[in-house]
Design a protein around this ligand. Structure first.
Ligand code: 26Q
Length: 836
């Protein structure tokens, strides 16, 4: 009997006919019970919340499946243009509450859970964060695909399914200690393995050139060591619109040949080694977020993602259109999330030429009309370069192609600027020197029709600085797309109190049209509304206090100003400047300078340091040592508290940003490309203290200078000051800073750990301090005083808080994605519809 007969006794196969799932309380109750009892095989003796979570997640997932199928079939029959977002990182966080919100089933589901006697919040907390990213760039990718689904755009994400995500951070004796994040250990209900779509990725080997009877030159890449790419699909629901898009994550698996060939030859150990080498590719996320580290395995990951994703797209193309690629560029585009997947430029050329028989010129025209590149950093140390030698060994055919792209490109440059040899050397895709290297950013620019930065200042600095030569050659390629955040996760879901209050005031249209928040401006003038707003903020602060108590055992005054800096730990972000200010506050209290008008503060830090970044780790240690001294001093009780929250992650930010009063965005001007944490705080009604850097500039413009605490040198002033920067005389000339440095230099915060903070002190005193911490200290202290004074007038502070939320409409990724779509992708929205 054929398997398809299993469902219904009919002569036509009916297996794929799916029942419509109800969204009533009864339907949810029944399904959650069924999953608990039958899918998971649990009974009343099972006390673990984990299984209740899984049963609930499966019931919610069932409801996504139907929309998922309908969306894909709508895309299929529209035969529309599509975009593929290629990223080594998707920092998704938790999926359950987001799915519930986007499906719009909180009502019946809530009642069902009450009937079943389980607590939704407790179950939500059972889910491990999907930490498949480092920070801003990875979270941006997650917000982007949320907005694409909400805007019903046919966009698919392609990434890697790391076995271990971002490491877990513990703090021991003030030091960061990393622990592996085995996030899949208890199973992962939000993915579907698609083994039937497995692809083969080649590495190593050698290249043969030969001619066939038709005398066309052909290329054979042989003797390769192949790895399989197995896709896992994750559903990405839009907001209450029936659309569910796909995020496809690749897992590396060894081919059978490994086992057979080597095993038959009798070298068992060698065969296992080879198998491991293959499966290592997607074992772990690289945990550095700002410096390239040149590891061979990282290049393997990048090529693995690029090749698998492109092969997947080309396979679907050929299924539909055969080998006719005339319409390919009209129907497809690829957005490269930084240079990490930029080897895709060369890989698309290889696939089109070697596997699909196109000429060089045809292939180049397609590549150049389908690739688009987003840059996320100005730091020169973060620009990816790979040794030519590594390419020769790992990807010999791709190196040939890169050389040919470079030869053609340099021809174009020479034509435009005859005789300008310096320019040729500057712009070459190959950096000459003791060890030749491929410049990946240049490969991405040359291969793309669009190059963008992520905030206005950042895009301008790219055009005037880092990519100036390329901007002169192709000004039309360059554009700005200021980042955003999804208001579903970062307001509607993480801040239920504010969500309800805003919705009561202006209706719920803001969730998909965030500009409507501007209607809150009028409410800022309404005293009763302000009182309610303040109450919600206080409840959110109490939630944050609970979180701190749970994670840290720290008690704080619920009325103190919550002053928060959470982000990756990096010198350019200047957590050091913040802690210097904390030491200054401590010093003022101790010297009796805390009068009756003192504003009590709780200064909260959180963030991970790259495991190999010694200075960043030392800054964590300094924060913790200062916290110990401050928090145990009874003279400071309720005037000042300091907390380092360990293991900062997406789900922590969902509790932190609603409970924050003051948002610290204090990078050295010109260094933070955009920032997105700044937007999360603003949207949740925090005020910002910040420099004119990244998107801070646009935030300040939107909310008005009078509602933003500005300090510090501008990007231009930073560069102009460098040549004669003299921190020693700045310290000498500023009594506050002098006293702070003295406490540090006399080992006040490290009495039993002599000398450990010397590198920190040295960096502040260095004339070559790239981050110019001392230069901005005085104006930072002043801005902090203004913030403290403003906070004392709670009613007026609340007015400014409302104005911040009201002005945050620009910073929705719905706006960002609409701009990507208008200027770069040019996709038509496709409403999901039920399959016939
Ligand atoms: C590169 C090579 C080898 C290993 C790792 C890396 C690597 C990985 C991640 C380099 C950089 C990153 C991440 C960068 C990042 O998160 N940048 C941030 O992007 C945000 C979104 O655009 C901006 O808001 C931030 O300003 C920017 O710092």
């Amino acid at each position: 009997m054929p398997a398809t007969k299993l469902t219904k006794s009919s002569s036509t196969p009916r297996l794929s006919e799916s029942p419509i799932l109800g969204e009533s309380t009864e339907a949810f109750c029944g399904d959650i019970r069924r999953h608990f009892n039958f899918t998971l095989g649990r009974d009343k003796n099972c006390k673990s919340a984990h299984y209740a979570y899984t049963a609930l997640a499966l019931a919610v997932r069932d409801r996504l499946m139907e929309c998922w199928r309908n969306t894909q079939s709508a895309y299929e029959s529209a035969d529309s243009r599509k975009t593929y977002y290629l990223s080594l990182e998707f920092l998704l966080g938790r999926a359950l509450s987001n799915a519930i919100l986007n499906l719009g089933v909180e009502g019946p589901l809530g009642t069902a859970l009450t009937e079943l006697g389980v607590d939704l919040e407790e179950l939500v907390a059972c889910e491990q964060d999907a930490g498949l990213g480092n920070g801003g760039l990875g979270r941006l990718a997650a917000c982007f695909i949320d907005s694409c689904a909400t805007l019903q755009l046919p966009v698919m994400g392609y990434g890697l399914r790391y076995e271990y995500g971002m490491f877990r951070q513990n703090v021991e004796n003030g030091f960061q200690v990393e622990e592996p994040d085995h996030w899949l250990r208890n199973g992962h209900v939000w993915e579907l393995e698609r083994p039937e779509l497995t692809l083969r990725i080649r590495f190593g080997g050698r290249v043969e050139h030969y001619s066939e009877q038709d005398r066309r030159r052909r290329v054979r890449w042989t003797d390769t060591h192949d790895v399989l790419a197995v896709p896992y699909d994750v559903p990405i629901p839009g907001y209450r619109n029936g659309t569910v898009n796909t995020l496809r994550l690749w897992k590396a698996a060894a081919t059978d040949e490994f086992d057979l060939n080597e095993f038959n030859a009798g070298d068992y150990a060698e065969s296992v080694r080879a198998k491991n080498l293959a499966e290592n590719i997607t074992m772990v996320l690289y945990p550095n977020d700002a410096s390239e580290n040149g590891k061979e395995l990282r290049l393997r990951q990048q090529y693995f993602l690029a090749s698998a994703s492109l092969q997947d797209v080309l396979r679907n193309w050929v299924l539909k259109h055969g080998q006719d690629f005339t319409e390919f560029a009209a129907k497809n585009s690829f957005q490269l999330n930084d240079t990490h997947p930029s080897i895709a430029v060369a890989e698309l050329m290889r696939l089109l030429i070697d596997e699909h028989d196109l000429s060089w010129d045809q292939a180049w025209a397609i590549t150049n009309q389908t690739m688009a590149y987003t840059n996320h950093t100005l730091l020169p140390e973060a620009l990816e370069r790979w040794p030519v030698r590594l390419f020769e060994q790992m990807l010999p055919r791709l190196l040939e192609i890169i050389y040919e792209i470079n030869a053609n490109f340099l021809g174009e440059v020479a034509n435009r600027w005859p005789g300008d040899l310096d320019r040729l050397a500057r712009m070459s895709l190959i950096e000459e020197g003791y060890q030749k290297q491929v410049r990946m950013a240049y490969l991405a620019i040359v291969g793309s029709y669009s190059v963008n930065g992520v905030a206005e200042l950042h895009s301008n600095l790219l055009m005037q600085g880092l990519f100036r030569d390329f901007y002169e050659l192709w000004p039309e390629r360059f554009n700005n797309k200021t980042n955003g955040i999804t208001p579903r996760r970062w307001l509607a879901s993480c801040n239920p109190g504010l969500n309800a209050l805003i919705t009561e005031a202006i209706g719920d249209g803001w969730v998909t049209d965030l500009g409507q928040l501007s209607r809150l401006r009028d409410f800022a003038e309404d005293r009763a509304f302000r009182e309610r707003w303040r109450k919600v903020k206080q409840e959110n602060k109490d939630r944050l206090i609970d979180f701190k108590r749970r994670e840290l055992g720290l008690e704080v005054d619920r009325f103190s100003m919550f002053d928060v800096q959470v982000k990756r730990i990096h010198e350019y972000k200047r957590q050091l400047l913040n802690i210097l200010h904390v030491i200054h506050l401590y010093d003022r209290i101790k010297r009796g300078d805390a009068g009756s008008d003192w504003t009590p503060r709780c200064v909260i830090f959180g963030g991970k340091a790259a495991p190999g970044y010694a200075m960043a780790k030392l800054i964590i240690k300094l924060i913790n040592n200062v916290a110990t001294v401050v928090n145990r001093d009874p003279a400071l009780k309720d005037l000042l508290r300091v907390a380092f929250l360990p293991n900062y992650r997406v789900s922590a930010m969902e509790v932190i940003c609603p409970g924050t009063d003051l948002s610290e965005q204090i990078s050295t001007a010109g260094k933070e490309a955009s920032g997105t944490g700044n937007m999360k705080f603003m949207m949740n009604g925090a005020l910002t203290i910040g420099t004119l850097d990244g998107a801070n500039i646009e935030i300040r413009r939107e909310v008005g200078a009078e509602n933003f605490f500005l300090f510090g040198l501008t990007a231009e002033e930073v560069e102009a000051t460098r040549a004669y920067y003299d921190p020693t005389s700045i310290i000498e000339g500023n009594d506050d800073l002098k006293r702070v440095m003295n406490l540090l230099e006399t080992g006040y915060f490290n009495q039993y750990e002599p000398g450990i903070f010397e590198p920190v002190v040295h960096s502040v005193r260095s004339a070559y301090d790239p981050w110019m911490t001392a230069a901005d200290f005085a104006s930072y202290v002043l801005a902090q005083q203004q913030a403290a004074a403003a906070y004392r007038d709670q009613d007026d502070w609340t007015r400014m808080s409302i104005l911040n939320t009201a002005a945050s409409g620009q910073f929705s990724t719905d706006r960002t994605i609409s701009e990507y779509n208008r200027d770069i992708w040019r996709l038509r929205p496709i409403p999901a519809r039920a399959a016939l």
